[in-house]
Design a protein. Structure first.
Length: 129
């Protein structure tokens, strides 16, 4: 949270209660969460538009990633523009990887790729069953 607050202060951005709450919820989850999951876990009186604005802010400033296929969000854990996300189809747990795809003559602004599979934790559960 300190890094988030410092970033806002250094860049003259408002660090609102809803932005802080959305950040804290994402930080506390290892799974991708929908906006309504985030809203339910926030400890402030937010409404759906407030949560979506907070999430848009977090994405715009590279603190969060939207997993488009399920319209869910995770905290960004890698410091790069080109992110590769692995999503577990059983638990929605995620893993993020930096994959360099920049090429000569092309200035990459952002890149996002998602793969779906089953995470190690869920595979171990299946094998025990």
């Amino acid at each position: 949270m300190l890094k988030f607050k410092k970033y806002c202060a250094d860049n003259d951005l408002r660090c609102t209660t809803s932005r802080q709450a959305a950040f804290a919820v994402l930080k506390g989850s290892r799974k991708a969460l929908t906006a309504y999951n985030i809203l339910a876990r926030m400890h402030c009186n937010g409404h759906p538009p407030t949560v979506y604005r907070a999430l848009d802010f977090l994405i715009e400033h590279s603190f969060a990633i939207r997993i488009h296929s399920v319209n869910a969000y995770v905290l960004k854990t890698v410091e790069c523009k080109d992110v590769h996300v692995r999503v577990c189809k059983k638990c929605l747990g995620t893993e993020q990887l930096h994959v360099s795809i920049s090429g000569a003559g092309f200035a990459l602004k952002s890149s996002y790729t998602e793969d779906w599979g089953v995470c190690k934790r869920c595979l171990e559960k299946e094998n025990r069953s």
